[in-house]
Design a protein around this ligand. Structure first.
Ligand SMILES: Nc1nc2c(c(=O)[nH]1)N[C@H]1C(S)=C(S)[C@@H](COP(=O)(O)OP(=O)(O)OC[C@H]3O[C@@H](n4cnc5c(=O)[nH]c(N)nc54)[C@H](O)[C@@H]3O)O[C@H]1N2
Ligand SMILES: Nc1nc2c(c(=O)[nH]1)N[C@H]1C(S)=C(S)[C@@H](COP(=O)(O)OP(=O)(O)OC[C@H]3O[C@@H](n4cnc5c(=O)[nH]c(N)nc54)[C@H](O)[C@@H]3O)O[C@H]1N2
Ligand code: SF4
Ligand SMILES: [Mo]
Length: 701
């Protein structure tokens, strides 16, 4: 064995981007530890980073392009893949239009700027608008709220935790998922706890008593999907008790409309809808508005509900009217290492072919894929690329999508292993891992607390038969003779990013390389957010008409009653050691397999005749799964919590081995049309279900 060497990089599994020291010998990772010299982030370092190389060394890793022949796969070279995939695509487009070729890209694409850029450039060159991504299960509500209020969909407002006196966390569990999601604060959770030790308030709104809630000064176990009512109540108390910042309100547009809304709403009615005490709402209002500085943070727990957009909007309204927008100790904006040029919000985006629904940030919703594949007519989706993603498991009612994918003329999976969504793939194209890529992503620095940049060299080389995703699309574009592609002439994102960084003038490229642990090239900024606004009057729009109308409609509507026989709502949670659907089968994270359980409150368990450890069936109107029950007092009564991302098979493309599978996929229980009409996001957290001991025959539906 050669002498081990150390490579300094950062982890790209989640937005914490922890600095890593990777010890390598003979092109193999020997050990991964935190890089304690990283000036921005390493303290969040967790088991996922420590075992990151297990995906690189996955026993079922795809190590060359593979073509489906019958029910087997045969390894081929890239030339064959380019020629055959290119010919199929040309034929499909020739019979119809470029829109008949689509793509879905998943969350890890956000950490792989080269391959995401290569895919989107390829789709543009084809002339196809059929682009799908994680937005409808993750970020759409945020994009719509920022678009309507700020005139720009990408507006990370970063929590300034060290200077904050009151935290209001709604639908987020940073103790396990970290303080990430478009904006990230390295080591944020521990720093929040330090503030709480110093007397800051931590108010957590969550139907589940998470680790975050357990550390709270006030935990409010809201009813699923009713955060909007709670938040409107808080705003009502703030305004009616004159606790708002009059100057901050007057600086923006629409405060009168907000006042009219709160006048119309009744506090007791809002509390009833949220299933919380009026006093709890009043306390939140008084503490939040009374604090010297306060942070309100709303995340996926809320965005994945049918009124999530309303709740995200009201969170921003609360922030602005209490004078906490873009201040020290509130949520602030920083421009990153490279001043971003972000496109303004498009109020008239392209509409989807079948349902006629808008694209959000250029992408259509996962829930629309089955109909787009199955409905005949011009533009019918006949070919699909799935890159860095697992939409059958990430999206609602995956069995419908799975059946539709089987009907495609061409399905190309670009991934490291063949998972559930790639089951019907005609081609498997190998992906590369960030441990195998030279990368520099200065644009991402805009989403972190301080502008941190690092050139991250590859720690190991990919297998000799694996080429980067960028090469794959370059070769495919060239084989098809697409505009902008010619053999051997690849666009290099690394070169372009390097040039943009040098133009920004913080440091030379050589200086960057001389800082292998990375550099922080600027301070925390306050007061620069306003310059980003792209609303017509360059003010924040506190009351976008679409939101106001929908809120009025909600106030006039009674909450939907439970369908007969389904008395529980299905919650969701993340665990520190898992990452969506893609690490669960690996030996490192596997140690906590027990996390894929149906967690019930003991009142519900007693009512349903279920004991801790029983095998149970969780059943909704559209599906059922089997799990082991865990009976605790963490979920509020009426909520059963099952984590997402489980039950995704990993196939054996080389032989006939059985697929590996861990746990069950709770998203099979959420119907494709359960969604938020404003953001088109799946309302995973409100699905009505029942839980039955397994020895009971299911009643007719
Ligand atoms: N009920 C419920 N559902 C949810 C959520 C929830 O909270 N509740 N969360 C939603 C959210 S926030 C998200 S982001 C989505 C995630 O949805 P997706 O991004 O579609 O799914 P992942 O499970 O992240 O799958 C990522 C895929 O990328 C592959 N991959 C990983 N690294 C690389 C790489 O470097 N190169 C290549 N080529 N491939 C790679 C993995 O093997 C895996 O197949 O799930 C959503 N679904
Ligand atoms: N360990 C780990 N870390 C991750 C990920 C992971 O899979 N594993 N995924 C990463 C990704 S892609 C993302 S997008 C982020 C997401 O980060 P977060 O948004 O913080 O995600 P969760 O930790 O799932 O927290 C969501 C919380 O919302 C609660 N909740 C459910 N329904 C409701 C509701 O109706 N109202 C309210 N108020 N709360 C509700 C749930 O009980 C849960 O505690 O995490 C990232 N970090
Ligand atoms: S997965 Fe763990 S080690 Fe990797 S960036 Fe996130 S918190 Fe850090
Ligand atoms: Mo996500």
């Amino acid at each position: 064995m050669n002498e081990p060497t150390e490579v300094y990089t950062n982890c790209r599994i989640c937005g914490a981007r922890c600095g890593l020291t990777v010890t390598v010998a003979d092109n193999r990772v020997v050990r991964i530890g935190p890089d304690k010299q990283n000036p921005s982030s390493w303290r969040d370092f967790c088991v996922k980073g420590r075992t990151a190389h297990q995906l690189v060394e996955h026993p079922r890793r795809i190590t060359s392009p593979m073509r489906r022949v019958g029910d087997r796969y045969v390894a081929t070279g890239y030339d064959e893949a380019w020629a055959e995939i290119g010919a199929s695509l040309s034929r499909i487009i020739g019979h119809d239009s470029p829109d008949s070729v689509g793509c879905y890209y998943g969350n890890p694409a956000g950490y792989d700027p080269g391959s995401l850029g290569a895919l989107t450039q390829f789709m543009r060159a084809l002339g196809s608008r059929s682009v799908y991504n994680w937005g409808s299960v993750d970020t759409n509500a945020k994009a719509v709220v920022c678009g309507e209020m700020f005139g720009i969909t990408m507006m990370p407002m970063i929590p300034d935790v060290d200077n904050c006196d009151c935290f209001l966390f709604i639908g987020t569990n940073p103790a396990e998922s970290k303080l990430v999601w478009i904006s990230s604060v390295p080591d944020g959770w521990r720093r929040v706890l330090a503030r709480v030790d110093d007397g800051a308030d931590l108010i957590v709104v969550d139907p589940y008593r998470t680790q975050t809630a357990a550390a709270a000064t006030q935990h409010v176990a809201v009813a699923p999907g009713q955060d909007w009512a709670l938040l409107l109540g808080v705003i009502k108390v703030v305004i009616e008790r004159d606790l708002h910042d009059a100057e901050a309100c007057a600086a923006e547009t629409g405060f009168d409309a907000i006042k009219a809304l709160v006048t119309r709403a009744d506090l007791a009615d809002l509390a009833r809808r949220a299933a919380v005490e009026v006093a709890a709402i009043e306390t939140i209002a008084v503490r939040f508005a009374g604090a010297r500085s306060a942070i309100a943070l709303t995340r996926t727990g809320v965005s994945q509900t049918s009124r999530g957009t309303l709740a995200l909007w009201l969170t921003e309204v609360l922030t602005v009217i209490t004078g906490n927008w873009d201040i020290r100790g509130g949520r602030h904006f920083q421009r990153g290492a490279i001043k971003p040029k972000l496109p303004p919000y498009d109020p008239t985006p392209p509409l989807s072919r079948v349902a006629g629904r808008p694209a959000i940030e250029g992408c259509f919703s996962i829930a629309e894929l089955p109909a787009e594949i199955r409905t005949p007519g011009p533009g019918q989706l006949r070919a699909l690329f799935i890159q860095n993603g697992n939409p059958v498991v990430a999206g609602p009612q995956g069995d419908q999508l799975d059946a539709a994918l089987a009907e495609l003329e061409l399905l190309v999976a670009v991934d490291m292993v063949q998972r559930e969504s790639h089951r019907h793939a005609h081609w498997l194209i190998p992906g590369t891992h960030w441990l195998e890529r030279d990368e520099f992503a200065p644009f991402a620095s805009m989403t972190t607390e301080v502008p941190f940049v690092q050139f991250t060299p590859r720690a190991v080389d990919p297998p000799a038969t694996v080429r980067p995703e960028t090469d794959f699309f370059q070769g495919l574009g060239a084989a098809m003779g697409l505009p902008g592609y010619s053999a051997g002439q690849a666009f290099s994102l690394l070169d372009a990013s390097r040039a943009a960084f040098e133009r920004a003038g913080h440091a030379s490229w050589q200086e960057l390389l001389d800082h292998p642990h990375g550099m922080v090239v600027g301070e925390r900024e306050y007061g620069n957010a306003r310059a980003m606004l792209r609303t017509p009057d360059r003010r924040i729009n506190l009351a976008p008409p679409r939101f106001v109308d929908e809120l009025r409609r909600q106030l006039d509507t009674e909450p939907t009653a439970a369908p007969s026989g389904l008395t529980l709502q299905l919650g969701n949670r993340r665990r520190l050691s898992s990452m969506n659907s893609f690490l669960n089968e690996l030996p490192g994270p596997l140690k906590i397999v027990e996390s894929n359980r149906a967690e019930l409150n003991h009142h519900d368990a007693a009512r349903l005749g279920i004991a801790d450890g029983d095998r149970v069936r969780v059943r909704s109107a559209v599906g059922e799964i089997e799990l082991t029950a865990a009976v605790t007092d963490a979920p509020r009564p009426g909520v059963v919590v099952v984590g997402h991302g489980w039950g995704s098979r990993v196939f054996d493309p080389f032989g006939t081995g059985d697929p590996d599978v861990v746990g069950a996929n709770r998203n099979l229980l959420t119907a494709a049309d359960e969604e938020d009409p404003l953001s088109l996001m799946s309302a995973f957290n409100e699905t009505w279900v029942t839980v039955e001991p397994l020895d009971v025959t299911p009643t007719a539906r």
